[in-house]
Structures are given as structure tokens and as C-alpha cells.
Design a protein around this ligand. Sequence first.
Ligand code: PMP
Ligand code: GLN
Length: 391
Amino acid sequence: MKTKGRIHPVYAEMERTVFDRMSALAREHGAINLGQGFPDAPGPTPVLEAAVRALREKSSQYPPGAGLPELREALCGYYARRQELRLEPDHVIVTSGATEALACAVLALVQPGDEVVLFQPAYDAYAPMVRRAGGVPVSVMLQPPRFAYDAEALERAISPRTRLLMLNDPLNPAGTVASEVELATIACACVKHDLIAICDEVWEEVRFDTAVHRSLISFDGMAERTVKIGSAGKIFGITGWKIGWMIAQGELAMAVSRAHQFLTYSSAPPLQWAVAEGLAMPSAMLEEQRSGWARSRARLKEALQAEDFAVLPNTATWFLCVDLSASGITLTDRQFATRAVAEAGVATIPVSALYEGEGRPEHIIRLCFTKPENVLDDAARRLARWRRQLR
Ligand code: PMP
Ligand code: GLN
């Protein structure tokens, strides 16, 4: 059979994701993998033990499509404590990771011809999902080092065809957090132009400043127009579990849950039980985990700075970004990443792979720091040694 012309152009023209490609190259070259974002640690023991117990003691048959009632309750309690959100279990739909939640929201809410504002850099799944749903992504560029949101640029991007906006806060790959004023500006634009907001807040718990995460859903007029997305993968550092969720009200909740019922319908119940237990555990467990990540962040930052790499300011996520130009390196980020994995033995992510639009920077690389300290030190040394012979 001839497949030419039979495959949807979004997929026909697509590469494998940059995360997959860099992890494969890391394996091929036996390199240290600071590319794809995942911790080397196994995750909090009490949460792992809860999963083992659930496997032995609870049903492994289909749970309710919207998620175990116990997990939906636990999420309401968790968001009440951590973010002062008042939610009902009906507002929560459990998904197979944030990725499925994003797909549900886009499939349910984007119609052919709809324009969807994407702040760039954007998580690599957003634009293809929007295009596959027939929507048209419209980029609003955020620029290093601060990746600040500009009210005028946002206004310029909005047209009578704009229906949605996708916001990722805290922002992967930058590791920055939108200020209260920036969030208020985005919320005002949504209300003024009657836009729905898909808010990807998977990094809400991975913040190293002292501020409490403030969700766009909590701003005036946003509760009924926001789909807030979260992931246990990031909260507990267990990326392979793929337990995520959507928070939405009324018609929006109905729409996204309809999309979910024919994507996966439901997700592994033992893992749902364990996440429900984990969310109700004392916050000291999460604080301890965060302190460990904070130490790793400081360690990689110091090791890179000691070798004169210019590290961009950041305050969230598992990632540090390095400005190659300011570090005296003339390679583009893609050239750097492709060569560094083979020649230095360190896998990184070229940030331009997560950027669409005019004026995207091509001199920033992202490094994941949730690794043992000796691995981070070794990676910084390898990169430094390799850079010396680049000159
Ligand atoms: N959104 C963002 C911004 C992410 O960084 C990630 C994963 N790193 C996801 C979504 C996907 O999350 P999950 O693994 O829960 O599908
Ligand atoms: N979101 C992860 C990252 O930013 C990767 C997830 C994936 O590989 N799909 O590294």
C-alpha cells in the first residue's frame, strides 16, 4: 500500500520528540543524560509503598472513568491546602499524565480554524495537538533571560478568531514563574476577549522561591473559563507513572471528560490509590524532596559557573538554562547539543526545539539537574573540558 498522502501531515512531517532523540543519543554514546527531564531517585518511599499495597489489596479492574473518587477528593484537599482553591470532586478528572489532559482539552475545545495563543517557548506537544485538532497556533514570544509576558504582544496576537490560550506556568524549559501582575494581565485578556485558558501547571510544586503557586484559575472571571492541568509525575518525581488530571467547571468539565472517555477512559488504579495517599501525606515529605532538588540545582549552577558557563536566572522546574553566546560559545544550541552528547558525553536539550516563531533564540541549552551530585560535577567537568578544545 502506498502511504504517501495517507498519513496526517502533522505526523508525516514530524520528527521524534527532542526528548526521545536526546535520550536515544545519550544511550548510544553512553553519555550523562541531562536532557529529558526526570530524577534519578526512585520517588518518595511512602508513595511507592502505597502503590505496592494497592496492587496487592485493591482492585486492578477499570476504575471510574473520571478517576477514583478517593483521588478526586484527595486532589480537592491538596489544592485547598496548597493553593487555597475551593474545588468539588466533580471539578476533577484524572488522566494518564498531563499529556493526556492536554490532548483532552485541545480535542474538546479547539475547532477547525480556531486560533490558539501559545506563549513560546512552549512544551513540544502543544502546537502539534492544536494543529491536529484543526486549530491555528499563534505565537507570542517570550525572550531570555526573564521570559517576561508582554501585555501588548499578547493583545497583538489576539484576533476575532482567537478562542483559546495555553499557558505553562512555571515555564518549562525556562524555569521561570509568571508574576502576579503578568498573570492578572493574562486573566484580563481572557475575560476581555472571551478566551478559554488551558493552564499547564505541572511544575506548580517544583518552585525554589518562597511564593505559593498562584493558578490563573483563581483570578476573577477565570474559574469558568480555565482548564487547570497537573501531574503526579512532577509533584512526586515519578515521571513514568503518568497520573495527571484536569480541573474544570460546568460545561468545560463535561467537554474535557467526554474527550477523556475515548482517549484512555481510565488510568492504572493502583497508581491512582498511591497518588491519593501521597497527596494526603504530611507536607514535610514534599518539602524534603524539594530541598534535595534545591541542593542539586545549586550544585549544578555552581559547577557550571565555576567553569564560566553563563547560567540564566530561574526559580522553578528541574532545569537550568545556559546562555551559549554569553559563555563564549558560537555554536547554535542544536549544534551544541548534537556535538556535546557525542564529543563531551553529556546530553542536553536545545531550547530552540521548544520554540516556534520569528526571533526565537538559538543560543540556549537546558540541563536537568535532578541527578546525584557526582554526576552533575562530572557533567560540568566534561562540558568544560570539551569547550576548551572548541576554541
Ligand atoms: N507539560 C509540561 C510543561 C511538561 O514539562 C511535561 C513533562 N515534562 C508535561 C506536560 C507532561 O507531563 P506528563 O508526564 O504528566 O504527561
Ligand atoms: N517533559 C519532559 C521534559 O521536559 C519530557 C517528557 C517527554 O519526554 N515526553 O524533559
